[in-house]
Design a protein around this ligand. Sequence first.
Ligand SMILES: [Zn+2]
Length: 593
Amino acid sequence: MSLTLDQLNAADQPRFVALLDGVYEHSPWIAETAWGLRPFTTIAHLKFALAQVVRQAGAPRQKALICAHPELAGKAAVAGQLTAESTNEQNRAGLTHCTPEEFARLQQLNADYKARFGWPFILAVRGPRGLGLTRQQIIDTFARRLDNPADFELAECLRHIHRIAEIRLHDKFGTEPVLGNLVWDWAEALATHSEPAYAEQGQLTVTYMTPAHQACAAQLQAWMRECGFDEVSLDAVGNVVGIYHGSDPSAPRLLTGSHYDTVRNGGKYDGRLGIFVPMACVRELHAQGRRLQHGIELIGFAEEEGQRFKATFLGSGALVGGFDPSWLDQTDADGINLRQAMQSAGLSASLDDIDQLQRDPARYLGFVEVHIEQGPWLDEIDQPLGVVTAINGSARFAGEVVGQASHAGTTPMGRRKDAAAAVAELLLYVEQRAAQDAALPQGPSVGTVGVLQVPAGSVNVVPGRCQFTLDLRAPDNAQRDAMVADVQKQLADICQRRGLRFQLERTMQASAAPSDPGWQARWEAAVAKVGLPVFRLPSGAGHDAMKLHERMPQAMLFVRGGNAGISHNPLETITNDDAQLCVDAFMHLLEQL
Ligand SMILES: [Zn+2]
């Protein structure tokens, strides 16, 4: 017999603790305290409450919890002294079938880890999909985490303990995140399409209109048809468009989606999750033979990352009249221009066709987007979902400071025109100026000099030229513009003082996009419905929603990324359970239409 939430809510304390026995290794105090937090509306609510009990217990009890766990393939495992749960998990991960080399490596890692941190290494070996990590994945993760700072690693161990508990709860409740698994598996399958030079190294890279990109578009269309979308097509810029009609053909549609291109050596969920989650919802509606009053239009945007061509947000921009005709003549690193790239993929590259993609806001309720957070906040507080309050506005610049190249040995310090030193000075100013906004009510600013190079620089030459970029972001336009003005003035002052010339070209500017209050409230209601407290945060990254914002109300939902929210990196990860919560929340949003 599987456990039910009703049983748990009705249980007295000893029974409650007994029912949750084994969820947290040798640590009944967690259930004892959580008992006082009943009733739980959902299993997500229960899991969040258990995590909060651990969070509030303080470092000594947290360390004791970690130390209650066995080492991986350690002495206890070899001697058969593990709990039934741990034995099952270590067996499934194949840790009982290590080669002698693997076994020796794990013992060494166990010893190094214990010496460094003083507690055993904790890893949810059943992994983000619940099916088990490979031994190689386990060893790689182990080695990587040895380099973490101790306080971060302690928190990471606790996060893995919560993930282990989550999987053990599935076993107790007899539940399975079926749609979360589907979403997770779609992400895995789509990631098999990668550009050859990267695929060879096991990396994911899908840039605009490459064969891998076209394969993704074809795959998405096939899946959308299987899910039951009524109309599926590829538009003039390569966006994949799926429409699931509502019962009232005259009713405005809900527009949703995200991008399927990736950065080079990127993650599997950035963008794509926002396509898969609504796909899973439509699949459910179709399977139940249900129609909402309003139609759902899902778009897999072809280009958001600006990798192959400098045409960031090409896909979503085309829907709001933001396609710049001069982009067509822009060339990639191989000298192929955008027009040729589109035409060789079978698109017309006709500006008239692209112009037709503009959406009439009167025909839409608004735009919503689900996206992986790409930052550390949700992971840090054990919160699977977050509601976005605004997408930060940004401004990007390419600059060059020109001084005079001269002999590094003979030019006295007071007579130099060192272009690189000027940019270094600017870089430190940018860091300090952005940090100054840390406590502002709308949220902090960030500023980055991502490129800093001395063309034809040499060890014995004072840099005569230095090229650099600036990326400045803030949660509202006024805050961003104030920072931009200060940085520009600082650059002028530095160059004047040092007797240098400079150029600064604005290469991109995007307005901040505050979430529409009505749509944000619907997301908040949806998050509450899955049983989680509502956590609100601004988005530091740009998203397709900021383009649609120019035409219609929008709001976004974030899902936590594992590994402290790392993104634009192959370590980007989400769990099947979090994917399921996204699908559930999206369904609740649809119910509110
Ligand atoms: Zn993205």
